[in-house]
Design a binder for this molecule. Sequence first.
Ligand code: AMP
Length: 191
Amino acid sequence: MKNIVIFGAPGSGKGTYSDEIVAKYGMGHISTGDVLRGEIKNGTELGKVAKGYIDNGQLIPDELMIDILAKTYDALPQGTGVIFDGFPRTIAQAEALKKMLAGRGHDMGMMIELVVDEETLMARLLNRAIEQGRADDNEETIKKRFEVYRNQTAPLSEWFENEGLRHTFTWKGSKDQMLAEIFEAIDAENN
Ligand code: AMP
């Protein structure tokens, strides 16, 4: 299986669709947000640093993030393909990922972009706050995360387009429809 970068705003469904893709294709899955929340839960030094950024809706500095990503990637079994969920979030991270993979004889494979209107995103994140109790799912922090997304992460979409990797899927109200379209694109890429 080719590697997949899943890309989109907070609440766009990166985690949800990653789980579905993993269930269908048996790929590895790296969610950098989950890695960081694990570090916070275990009270590690990295977790302490990460918490300050996450609680403020800010991004963890690139060098630190790139280092975490490479370590997580190398700890996974090789050969099954990996979904990168929540990474890269800046152009510097994208360049670093490309370089890191090339150094191992691998590549990014394809990018799946999830496009969802901001009103739907906010409603989903406030609902997730009730269901999962994530500390950064409150209205004030969500607004900051949207701003960070618009300024630092969204410009990456074009970077992927220039790399010839981008596949865009726009939310039209049906998860099943999104999934069917995503699976179709993954199958086409792997044929
Ligand atoms: P997520 O679960 O992907 O929404 O990530 C939650 C938070 O973790 C983000 O708001 C950032 O503070 C931090 N984070 C996750 N991935 C990254 C990344 N690739 N670069 C910088 N910060 C990240």
